[in-house]
Design a protein around this ligand. Structure first.
Ligand SMILES: CC(C)(COP(=O)(O)OP(=O)(O)OC[C@H]1O[C@@H](n2cnc3c(N)ncnc32)[C@H](O)[C@@H]1OP(=O)(O)O)[C@@H](O)C(=O)NCCC(=O)NCCS
Length: 107
């Protein structure tokens, strides 16, 4: 991700096969999961929400996916707030590692 104002690199946001989530939670089925990581200096400015909304729109409305998944480590409160702000819903959890799995579906 490149910030328009500064033209500087602020982090990564992308889509990948749901292999990790499926390995720890086999009932999750197949699909695509979202990954995001910003440099800490870019946190707290709404950039992650902007990136996820753009990527979700691309995945659901242009790529034809029915749903997107995301896995968040349970203690990662900032990431949970982000997922809920981006209208993802909790669908499952795992005990070891402690992960919460989120989903966003086409309306
Ligand atoms: C998870 C992560 C991407 C969240 O980044 P973030 O900066 O908190 O998320 P956003 O870009 O949506 O910013 C929202 C925060 O900015 C604040 N903010 C300030 N100005 C804002 C603006 N103009 N617009 C929106 N939010 C703004 C919000 O109040 C919010 O803060 P809060 O959560 O303390 O209430 C980041 O913490 C990160 O990269 N973590 C490491 C990797 C990781 O955990 N990835 C997630 C795995 S799925």
């Amino acid at each position: 991700m490149i910030e328009t104002e500064s033209d500087g690199y602020v982090g990564y946001c992308g889509l990948e096969d749901v292999t990790v989530a499926r390995a720890i939670h086999p009932t999750i089925g197949s699909g695509v999961q979202l990954q995001i990581a910003l440099h800490p200096r870019a946190w707290g400015r709404g950039l992650a929400k902007q990136a996820i909304e753009a990527l979700t729109d691309h995945a659901l409305h242009r790529c034809g996916l029915q749903r997107l998944l995301a896995c968040v480590y349970e203690p990662n409160e900032r990431a949970h707030r982000l997922m809920l702000r981006c209208r993802f819903s909790k669908i499952a959890g795992t005990a070891d590692p402690k992960l919460v799995i989120y989903e966003r579906r086409l309306p």
